[in-house]
Write a protein that binds this ligand. Structure first.
Ligand SMILES: *Cc1c(COP(=O)(O)O)cnc(C)c1O
Ligand code: SF4
Length: 308
């Protein structure tokens, strides 16, 4: 609080909310925030607040339905042709709106065994062409473990595509080591890195340099973001985000509606508001710069697009 020049009266609520889901934010992300501004869009994403403790009907512990069903399953195979591997449960940052806020399960030392059963699953089903490394954040694991996993995936003949869902290039850009870049440029798998950036202010020049290196290693770069009240739910912020992403060679892929997670209700933007905003966004930007506006519903065979 003192570091950011914020009012200390915010502290008790922050402490109480952090008991439910810990405060976790790297210093260099904090350094991108505007000092003395309690409404800073980066701060709002990570600061525990009292509103998280209020219950709102429809906002539940496990909105996507994955975790309760199989809290230790390491492969989620809900959509045709692609399977999602929960590489680790850990993240470099705790985003307050995250659906995993009630399951901040940490990396287990059983990761190798779990990968074994995950790899067996992927080997057995030849309809799976794409593997998605997700979590948590897959780049929380050590480079050597990541390399080991890549070798095992490359050895599965029917896999042709690799996708890595990570917030690391945005939150901790120095995590993209030469070793990782080398691995990405060498793999036979057609690789896409999907970053998670919600606001143009997150894209510092250093983040831009790291994204350039990723591009130079031959991967496709996409972005997914979450539509968040007060953080990015206005037209200019969305336009700026999409344009800044493209300047950094990243294509906006998905704009997700919030998963209705307990403690996240104060970030909620209604379907109606989202649709209005989206209509304006379509008018402002070329089609290739407009992400797909979607939400997730358990039991469905894909993300569900919001139609005008
Ligand atoms: C979101 C998601 C995917 C990826 O969906 P795409 O539409 O291909 O980006 C895959 N598996 C699971 C379980 C997901 O939740
Ligand atoms: S980085 Fe992604 S998975 Fe991790 S806390 Fe943030 S939104 Fe959740």
């Amino acid at each position: 609080m003192d570091y950011l020049g914020l009012d200390r009266s915010l502290l008790p609520a922050a402490r109480a909310a952090a008991l439910q889901f810990g405060l976790r934010v790297p210093r260099e992300y904090v350094d991108r925030m505007e000092k003395g501004n309690p409404q800073d869009p980066l701060l709002l994403q990570v600061l525990p607040v009292g509103a998280e403790l209020e219950l709102r009907p429809g906002f539940v512990l496990d909105p996507v339905g994955d975790l309760a069903a199989a809290p230790t399953a390491s492969v989620l195979h809900k959509y045709q042709g692609r399977a999602l591997l929960i590489t680790t449960g850990a993240c470099a940052v705790n985003c307050r709106y995250c659906f995993r806020r009630h399951f901040p399960y940490q990396e287990s030392s059983a990761y190798l065994d779990r990968w074994q059963s995950a790899l067996d699953y992927l080997r057995r089903d030849s309809s799976i062409k794409e593997v998605i490394l997700s979590g948590g954040d897959p780049l929380m694991i050590a480079d050597s473990r990541l390399a080991e996993l890549l070798r095992a995936l490359e050895a599965i003949p029917h896999l042709t595509r690799l996708r890595i869902h990570t917030r690391m290039p945005v939150i901790v850009p120095q995590r993209i080591t030469e070793r990782i870049l080398g691995e990405l440029s060498q793999t036979r798998l057609n690789t896409t890195v999907v970053i998670h950036c919600n606001h143009a202010k997150e894209l510092t020049p250093f983040v831009g340099q790291v994204l350039q290196k990723l591009r130079n290693s031959g991967v496709t770069l996409l972005n997914q973001s979450v539509l968040l009240k007060r953080v990015n739910d206005d037209l200019e912020t969305q336009v700026q985000l999409c344009e800044t992403l493209f300047d950094a060679q990243v294509i906006p892929y998905y704009l997700h509606l919030l998963d209705p997670v307990q403690g996240g209700a104060h970030f909620d933007v209604s379907h109606k508001e989202a649709r209005l905003l989206y209509q304006l966004l379509l008018q402002r930007l070329p089609g290739y710069l407009v992400p797909k506006l979607v939400y997730e519903k358990s039991g469905e065979a894909s993300k569900i697009p919001i139609t005008l």
